[in-house]
Design a protein around this ligand. Sequence first.
Ligand SMILES: [Zn+2]
Length: 142
Amino acid sequence: MTNQANSTGANKISTLVMAAIYITLILSIVAIGVGIAAFYETGTYEVTLYLLAIGFIAMALSGYYLLQSRKHTANLKIEAPKILTTIECVKCSIKTTRDFQRGDYVYKEIEKCSKCEDMQVITAIYREPTAKEKEKEKPAAV
Ligand SMILES: [Zn+2]
């Protein structure tokens, strides 16, 4: 629950930052445009130079942050947990594991066992533990 709240909070902040970056990008383009227009109107390049400098710096900064945030969100992508289903033959206790399929439930009877022709039953449905969790499960050395 707390994790979810945190992640949605982070998303809100990142969308705000993204909006700010896009606004900066648009303003930098406007600044460059105004700078060029000022050059044509006044014929002096001082104002134009300032506006172009501001425009390009703002554009470079927003572009940089945009790239950085893209990288960041790519890193943040949560892998969908793999759900596994364990099928067991009650008679000869042969265990097979396959990917979870829609409609699977514990004690559901699946196709016949290849050995004894008895019905196989789903005995477990679980999320595949991540590498981190596998590490945690190891008994800690004291
Ligand atoms: Zn069997």
